[in-house]
Design a protein around this ligand. Structure first.
Ligand code: NAD
Length: 283
């Protein structure tokens, strides 16, 4: 590492978020851990009321709710499996009954069930596709129904609704040993783009965020020892791991009217991971 890099911060900057989302109602899936947790907290800090979806871990969900309420907005915990059609419908019903409507969906819930391809079970394949891809379909469909029912309320937002799909750099980068996960993220890319094209005339903005390596429980083994961290950094030109807050700030911007003309885009928040870092010193 050169001296400039060594002197640079190894973590995300500490910043206060502007109140860009006052009066808006948001639902974040998978919001009691990692990226979803940070996104839910940031939307609350930016002024939105937030429904915190989770599938297990009541205490962690309640902690996120309490932290969001400390920003002076409302928050509720919504336990539901995003891959279950009835549970998703009930969750949106509960959320809309409490908050009146929905302006922002962050479809973030996701998991990995890794295996070499020859050993991958059908259960591992189905679990990942059901949560990561079908879960986004089910949640986006409920959100769109509410956005279309209500339409634009210009005092709240220029758009009738915003959907942010949590994708991954692996919507672009193939990933050996993770065929189910990479397939789910490739699917999210075209789901997002197709929805964006179909719904833009109704002023519904659909976009995705593709995180690189972010410090969360999903990928602990990639960063929790000095050796693993050093190896990970060979893939990250910016020279530090991403923090959940790096993704949360992008989500606040994509959910706000500051990004009103941004439609059908994937915002890569990856420290340059998709810049073919192996070519930095040759090729
Ligand atoms: P995480 O394990 O900390 O959080 C995942 C969240 O999803 C948890 O709250 C979990 O309870 C929830 N979840 C899992 N199954 C669910 C279900 N059936 N219904 C509802 N919720 C469910 O992981 P994370 O890193 O915060 O991942 C969040 C998203 O970001 C995922 O979609 C992941 O693919 C994506 N992502 C993460 C990274 C990274 O480096 N951490 C990189 C790229 C993309």
């Amino acid at each position: 590492m050169n001296t400039t890099a060594a002197a640079a911060s190894s973590t995300a900057p500490s910043l206060t978020l502007p109140k860009l989302l006052v009066g808006q109602k948001a639902l974040v899936t998978g919001a009691n851990s990692g990226i979803g947790r940070a996104v839910a907290l940031a939307l609350g800090e930016a002024g939105a009321d937030v429904a915190v979806n989770y599938v297990q871990g009541d205490e962690a969900a309640n902690d996120v709710v309490a932290a969001i309420r400390a920003h002076g907005v409302d928050a509720i915990a919504c336990k539901a499996d995003v891959s279950d059609e009835d549970q998703v419908a009930n969750m949106f019903g509960e959320m809309i009954e409490r908050f009146g409507t929905l302006d922002i969906l962050v479809a973030n819930a996701g998991l990995q069930r890794d295996a070499p391809f020859h050993a991958m079970t059908l259960a591992q394949w189905h679990t990942v596709l059901s949560v990561n891809l079908t879960g986004q379909f089910l949640c986006a469909r409920e959100a769109v129904r509410e956005f279309v029912r209500r339409g634009v309320v210009s005092q709240i937002s220029c758009a009738a609704g915003k959907i942010i799909c949590m994708s991954s750099v692996h919507q672009e980068i193939p990933w050996a040993g993770h065929a189910n996960y990479a397939t789910s993220k490739g699917g999210i890319k075209l789901l997002m783009e197709s929805l964006a094209q179909e719904l833009a005339p109704q002023r519904i903005r659909v976009n995705a965020i593709a995180p690189g390596a972010i410090r969360t429980p999903i990928n602990t083994t990639a960063w929790n020892t000095p050796e693993a961290y050093k190896s990970l950094m060979t893939l990250v030109p910016y020279g530090r791991i991403g923090e959940p807050e790096d993704i949360a700030r992008a989500a606040v911007w994509l959910a706000s009217d500051l990004s009103d003309y941004v439609v059908g885009t994937t915002l890569f928040v990856d420290g340059g991971m998709t810049l073919y870092p192996g070519f930095a010193t040759g090729g």
